[in-house]
Design a binder for this molecule. Structure first.
Ligand SMILES: [Zn+2]
Length: 72
């Protein structure tokens, strides 16, 4: 009952990707303790992408963060 991920450390992030099931932009990333590289949609739990897509999305996010840091 909603506690499916309780006790598992997942990182909830907004990525420059869209779930192709529900269109959500928030995803759960496995943490270092997780061996899986799968990314799940935070809304419907569909497996969204593998590390290739994720790497691209994360590098985009890092560029955005760097840009923010420059502004700040
Ligand atoms: Zn979804």
């Amino acid at each position: 009952m909603g506690g499916q991920y309780q006790g598992r450390k997942m990182l909830k992030v907004t990525l420059d990707l869209r779930c192709n099931v529900c269109g959500g932009e928030q995803f759960l990333l496995p943490t270092l303790s997780e061996t899986s590289e799968d990314v799940r949609c935070a809304s419907c739990s569909a497996f969204k992408c593998k590390s290739n897509d994720l790497e691209r999305a994360m590098s985009t996010a890092q560029r955005q963060k760097a840009a923010l840091a420059i502004v700040a």
